[in-house]
Design a protein around this ligand. Structure first.
Ligand SMILES: [Zn+2]
Ligand SMILES: [Zn+2]
Length: 443
């Protein structure tokens, strides 16, 4: 997934406020313990992060990455099951009677070339869709993995503070939104316990030390669009003898945007973008078909249904205008919106506000999509939050200059490892502890 501009506004610099005290968990002393443990563990986490960064693997090929994480988790004392959902991992740590709390990381990288020039930059290649390509951790999933291992280690070190089961899962293929489904189909919540609460984090383009969160929709619904317009081919100089599919496709690309501007409530988010349009072979031949591929993004299920309806009607109407057969329309469900649970967020919020103060902020929903939603829709109340990756001064200067620092999926995306992973470990450890604490009280 990838982040967009609204985060800039949410992380505009404000004045620091005094840290409120948390009445129940002693957050200040826990934060201190977490930071002390992190400091002594960091050299190992740094080596793990840089190794994973330098040797990324794409969706469903994350065998070496998964093996590295499995070894780390076994060394901490987790019981690890490999090859869940092809290359996924499930690591359990039982610590008496209590709830099961899940923490997810992703394993996969992207088929693109890294251009950061970092000493640990990836030069690895693979075959992707029948072509050789470089592979790069440009979404930050390597940051997530290091934070995940660091959180596991920290929580085991703090095991006198909680009772229950830690369920740490490492998911393949998030970038193609298929890995969560693969793990669920392979018995994630039947062969293993079904968690009482779940957490995930994502690295984003804002300063390290800051954490962004929200209740409700955090990431969008994503659906794929395929349309084939069938016409009747012929000579480019004799259009009267043809039904021109290029005309139909062109008209559709323009008219589909009126579904956004005229049918959808303008205060609701909705996007349809056509990313691929193929027709014809030569300048003087009217082809017999045109194929379009696009993506549809929404937050709200009613808006989603309305957009699907409007897009289908527009495609059919365009074909009818041309006296062509009805087009072949396929809208394939990608993944549903990530909807953060109000109660899980409220519990974590108290603790994270106490720990991070004004650096823990509500952020707007993000327009990309994330298949963490699959676990939520399978019945696990959850919270997914964002952590910043860049030095505050550089980030602020770049925004001021009008050229923001490189974002997720950019070949230049370059998180600062230590403070970013530290924020991930601290925030995730406290979030998990808050969930154990809340459940222990039976609330
Ligand atoms: Zn991504
Ligand atoms: Zn991602």
């Amino acid at each position: 997934m990838q982040f967009a501009k609204p985060l800039l506004a949410a992380f505009a610099l404000g004045s620091m406020v005094a840290l409120p005290a948390h009445a129940e968990l002693d957050v200040a002393s826990l934060k201190q313990s977490i930071e002390t443990s992190f400091e002594s563990e960091y050299p190992k986490l740094d080596a793990l992060y840089k190794d994973i960064h330098a040797h990324p693997e794409i969706a469903f090929e994350e065998e070496k990455t998964a093996a590295k994480l499995a070894a780390e988790m076994r060394a901490i004392g987790f019981e690890v099951t490999e090859k869940v959902g092809k290359t996924g991992l499930v690591a359990l740590y039982k610590n008496g009677d209590g709830p099961t709390i899940m923490v997810r990381t992703e394993l996969d990288a992207l088929p693109m070339e890294e251009k950061t020039g970092l000493p640990y930059a990836s030069r690895d290649k693979t075959i992707w869709q029948e072509r050789e390509t470089f592979v790069t951790h440009s979404c930050g999933h390597d940051i997530h993995m290091a934070s995940w291992v660091g959180t596991a280690k920290t929580l085991v070190g703090l095991k006198d503070q909680w009772k229950g089961t830690l369920m740490f899962i490492a998911q393949p293929a998030e970038e193609v939104v298929a890995g969560a489904r693969a793990m669920l189909a392979d018995g994630l919540f039947t062969r293993f316990p079904k968690p009482d609460a779940g957490f995930a984090l994502h690295a984003g383009v804002f300063p390290y030390g800051f954490v962004g969160y929200r209740v409700g929709v955090g990431w969008s619904n994503e659906d794929g669009l395929y349309i084939k317009f069938e016409g009747r081919g012929g000579h480019g100089a004799m259009p009267q003898a043809t039904i021109d599919p290029v005309m139909m496709a062109s008209r559709f690309v323009v008219d589909a945007q009126s579904v956004i501007s005229r049918e959808k409530d303008p205060t609701e988010f909705g996007v349809v973008s056509i990313g691929s349009l193929h027709a014809g072979t030569a300048d003087n031949i009217i082809p017999d078909e045109a194929v379009l591929l696009g993506t549809i993004r929404t937050f709200n299920p009613d808006v989603r249904a309305k957009m699907h309806d409007g897009i289908e009607r527009t495609a059919k109407a365009v074909a009818a205008m041309a006296n062509a057969p009805a087009p072949d329309i396929k809208i394939t469900e990608g993944t549903k919106a990530v909807v953060n649970d109000a109660a899980v967020v409220a519990t974590a919020e108290k603790v994270l506000k106490a720990a991070f103060g004004d650096k823990f902020r509500v952020t707007p929903p993000l327009t990309p999509s994330e298949d963490f939603s699959e676990y939520i829709n399978a019945g696990v109340p959850s919270m997914m939050f964002n952590i910043g990756v860049y030095e505050l001064e550089k980030w602020a200067a770049a925004n001021k200059s009008g050229t923001p620092l490189p974002g997720n999926h950019s070949p230049l995306f370059a998180p600062v490892p230590k403070p970013t992973i530290q924020t991930g470990v601290t925030a995730m450890t406290l979030a998990v502890l808050s969930a154990f604490d809340q459940r222990a009280k039976g609330q």
